[in-house]
Design a binder for this molecule. Structure first.
Ligand SMILES: Nc1ncnc2c1ncn2[C@@H]1O[C@H](COP(=O)(O)OP(=O)(O)OP(=O)(O)O)[C@@H](O)[C@H]1O
Length: 257
């Protein structure tokens, strides 16, 4: 059974960083369960928008809410909110020195009991987490990697571990920053399929038109402003979004719409 999903409302959000407007009057509503791709040239503000939604970058003006909770509200609200969000960052933030298994389990560290801490510190997996861990490991083809320290894994392997960690707690919202960029095409397709099947709301930044084409909706940013919001766009529209100078950002391939 699919779990519940979060709704995101971004109202008139502007973000100024280092004296530069990185997001300008962004207004966006993402429905519960929607799979949204964020497209746009490098530097357009895609990562900043994700960071604003998760509460890591405060809007200079405007407001963000996730399930009506304010990511910059009272600490208790922030803590509750962050536990409902699974993140895959552009440069993964796996903890070196720990195994892939411990990193994945760390995705739900707030659910660990004192006994779980001891079990995990001893390199074992609390029994109630075993079925989900094995399922996800099989889906993302990382079963043999589970005991290995993450610093010994390749970029693509780390990315699959990071994806499994984000999905482990069945989050209501998944924020994925170029989560398929280091994956081979087959594994990228598998990752996307599982993101789609998760039942979570998904907001995924990408330069890959195949990824965008598999989402319900595409929002494109350019210079911090929304320049497209609709179904996966036709090629001419993509050219307009990127402009001729931005074409090299795109991973062109089979255009699936
Ligand atoms: N902390 C910061 N201070 C100053 N400028 C910043 C900061 N963080 C981001 N920026 C700038 O904001 C702009 C948008 O960055 P962002 O990472 O959101 O772009 P992006 O669309 O995700 O790009 P890419 O596709 O290359 O990942 C960039 O020009 C970047 O240099």
């Amino acid at each position: 059974m699919l779990h519940s999903a979060a709704e995101i409302v971004v109202s008139d959000v502007s973000v100024v960083l280092g004296g530069r407007t990185v997001l300008a009057d962004v207004t966006l509503k993402v429905e519960a369960g929607e799979r949204l791709a964020l497209l746009g040239p490098s530097g357009a503000g895609k990562t900043t928008l994700l960071r604003t939604i998760v509460g890591a970058v405060a809007p200079t003006s405007g407001r963000v809410s996730v399930d009506e909770a304010d990511p910059f509200g009272p600490r208790r609200e922030i803590t509750r909110l962050r536990r409902t969000i699974g993140c895959v960052r552009q440069r993964d933030d796996l903890v070196p020195g720990l195994s892939a298994r411990a990193n994945i389990l760390a995705g739900i560290a707030h659910r660990w009991s004192p006994a779980d801490w001891v079990t995990i510190a001893c390199g074992r997996v609390p029994r109630r987490f075993v079925p989900r861990l094995l399922d996800l490991a099989a889906l993302h083809d990382i079963t043999p990697l589970l005991p290995q320290r993450v610093e010994h894994l390749s970029g693509g392997e780390r990315q699959r571990v990071a994806l499994a960690r984000a999905l482990f707690g069945e989050p209501r919202l998944i924020l994925a920053d170029e989560c398929t960029s280091g994956l081979d095409p087959v594994r990228a397709a598998v990752a996307l399929r599982h993101l789609r099947a998760s039942g979570s709301t998904v907001v995924a930044t990408t330069h890959d038109l195949n990824v965008a084409g598999r989402c319900d909706r595409v929002v494109a940013l350019r210079d911090g402003r929304i320049v497209y919001d609709g179904p996966p766009p036709a090629t001419e529209e993509v050219e307009r979004i990127y402009g001729t100078a931005g074409r090299e950002d795109m991973v062109t391939g089979r255009w699936t719409i």
